[in-house]
Design a protein around this ligand. Structure first.
Ligand code: NAP
Length: 278
């Protein structure tokens, strides 16, 4: 039977706050497609059943968000090599034969957002400091390495996790202790916050920017609020800044393409529609 209505969604726990339905349903309308994108609150105990149910329900696939990005890898039939290096998936695409393929587009979203705001940006113009060593950090670090970065300093509160990443990703990546985090900013061309600090409901990141060169680009993966205290401090001292919304919007494009067959654009209208809700 010919498929006439395409359904996708996002699995998370909790998931009600997700802006992904807004993004994908915007594109469905923009491209006059028959389909819908919904929210799937999936308790961690039900993750395997929910993922296996994608094919049974005839869904095109889904996004995977906190806290399922790592565990979901075990329940798909094939994991893209890039996602394997990142150690997590954020997208599942149901194949025509029913097989479940896992991808991670977070790093793609980060680099595309960076290039959208700074078209002349290069990964190897100077040292890069990455704060955090969780899921978002892995995506950001792998994508920076693939873009040509040769000197990435990872700073994390739990040092063992930063060391783990440094060992996994080779000599271009080093770890810096949290107590010495301000030293990691010396000479940096790019500073990225991938911790949850500064996010709505969390305290501000505890970091002085005194050692950071004035021309360094300062990015935050957080997008609620759009300007975290960290980004505000950077802007006030004259650094160019970039919030996490572009990363969120751009990571959605390849997933939408895989499910709905159209590669959509990140437009001013889309930014405005999402910003209205933040
Ligand atoms: P995660 O895997 O849970 O990692 C959280 C990170 O924050 C860890 O490095 C953790 O350090 C650090 N952290 C937590 N509390 C801290 C504190 N009090 N002081 C210093 N560091 C602290 O989470 P994630 O998936 O990487 O997400 C991190 C952030 O990125 C979230 O705000 C998320 O919304 C955002 N994000 C945005 C996008 C986007 O598209 N814009 C995509 C993915 C994630 P420890 O290892 O010491 O616990």
């Amino acid at each position: 039977m010919k498929k006439t209505f395409t359904i996708a969604g996002v699995m998370g726990w909790p998931v009600a706050h997700s802006r992904s339905p807004l993004i994908h349903n915007h594109w469905i309308r923009e491209h006059h497609l028959d389909g819908a994108y919904g929210l799937f609150p999936v308790n961690p105990n039900n993750l395997e059943a929910a993922i296996r149910g994608l094919q049974a329900l005839g869904l095109a696939g889904c996004n995977i968000t906190i806290p399922h990005k790592i565990n979901a890898m075990a329940y798909v039939d094939w994991v893209d090599p890039l996602a394997k290096r990142m150690g997590a998936i954020n997208t599942i695409v149901v194949q025509p034969d029913g097989a479940l393929h896992g991808y991670n587009n977070d790093g793609f979203g980060f680099i595309q957002s960076l290039l959208e705001s700074q078209p002349a940006w290069h990964a190897n113009t100077g040292p890069i400091a990455v704060l955090g060593a969780g899921g978002a950090a892995r995506g950001v670090v792998v994508s920076l390495l693939d873009a040509g970065a040769t000197n990435i300093r990872i700073v994390n509160r739990t040092h063992s996790k930063a060391e783990e990443l440094a060992q996994a990703f080779g000599p271009a990546v080093t770890s810096v202790k949290w107590e010495a985090r301000e030293d990691a900013l010396t000479g940096a061309a790019l500073l990225v916050n991938t911790t949850n600090q500064g996010m709505h409901g969390e305290p501000a990141l505890d970091l002085s920017l005194n050692n950071l060169p004035a021309e360094a680009l300062v990015c935050d993966a957080v997008y609620i609020p759009l300007e975290t205290p960290f980004l505000k401090a950077a802007r006030l001292r004259g650094n160019p800044t970039l919030n996490g919304l572009g990363m969120l919007l751009h990571q959605a494009r390849p997933a939408f393409h895989a499910w709905f067959g159209v590669l959509p654009d990140v437009t001013r209208e889309l930014y405005a529609e999402v910003i209205k809700t933040i």
